[in-house]
Design a protein around this ligand. Structure first.
Ligand SMILES: *Cc1c(COP(=O)(O)O)cnc(C)c1O
Length: 266
């Protein structure tokens, strides 16, 4: 069940652009970059017969400073993805005046930092252990909050990446209704960071197929509606394969000063 669509478009990755995006320094830069990304999402939807309204663009602001984030906000961004919880929490406090700005934590979380996430995040996309689910739930219940979560899956078969092995996901999902403050929205993955487009595409196909398999055994009410997959270098391929959330940093904000090894161990 992991064969590509019969007419898989030959869309390439843009991972060769990695680190080369110019930094957005004005509201106009952000407006232009956002429009360009939305346009590319639309074109990928046209190629794959999808409705662009099904695809949510989550801008990723990790490493970007407050000034840059305020420009993004002025250009219309109302939600931001951050990889590291302390960085995200610090920013949410510094920009608490932007009351309609929502924060999504998209990176690995240690259990001892669950309390922070429970306090300020609107979404957590990297759930990968029951211990973390239990701790998050307890912290959320204490605060009277709930949280949208995605289960992170390792589709690239690289030992160093976070996320559950695909074969463990169905059983994992069955255990989640015990944690009532967690609203399970779907699955998330980081594809292989490669210019080899067919292999990148295979990661996305794998997540979509896994979702279909999980749906057969998922607890009542867990629809697994969302697939969070695709970033600056590969979001068009992800959209062609069914992404409903794409997480895009560099193509909106510009290249990051910190190396990716800081975020993605390996
Ligand atoms: C940084 C990051 C992204 C966005 O990557 P870009 O190359 O900046 O688009 C997406 N997902 C996760 C989990 C990330 O940490």
């Amino acid at each position: 069940m992991t064969s590509p669509l019969p007419m898989a478009p030959d869309t390439t990755t843009r991972h060769d652009q990695h680190g080369l995006y110019s930094k957005a320094t004005s509201v106009e830069d952000f407006e232009r970059n956002l429009a360009a990304v939305h346009k590319r999402i639309e074109q990928a939807c046209v190629r794959s017969g999808r409705d662009p309204a099904e695809v949510r663009l989550l801008p990723v602001s990790k490493t970007m400073d407050e000034a840059s984030i305020r420009l993004a906000y002025a250009a219309g961004c109302r939600e931001l993805g951050e990889n590291k919880v302390q960085e995200a929490h610090g920013k949410s406090q510094a920009m608490a005046d932007l009351t309609d700005l929502r924060w999504s934590v998209i990176g690995h979380l240690q259990t001892n930092k669950a309390k922070l996430v429970a306090g300020f995040a609107h979404e957590f996309q990297a759930l990968d252990s029951l211990r973390l689910a239990e701790t998050l739930d307890r912290r959320l219940q204490a605060l009277g909050r709930s949280l949208d979560v995605f289960v992170q899956v390792n589709t690239s078969d690289e030992d160093s990446k976070y996320g559950l092995p695909p074969e463990q996901v169905p059983a994992f999902l069955k255990a989640l209704p015990a944690y009532g403050a967690l609203r399970v929205r779907g699955l998330m993955t980081l594809a292989m960071l490669s210019v080899d487009a067919p292999r990148v595409r295979q990661c996305f196909i794998q997540l979509r197929d896994l979702r279909e398999r999980c749906r057969e055994s998922a607890p009542a009410g867990m629809t697994l509606e969302h697939l969070s997959m695709g970033m600056s270098g590969d979001f068009e391929i992800a959209v062609e394969e069914g992404a409903t959330v794409v997480r895009v940093g560099q193509a909106i904000f510009g290249a990051r000063a910190l190396p990716d090894s800081y975020y993605w161990p390996g």
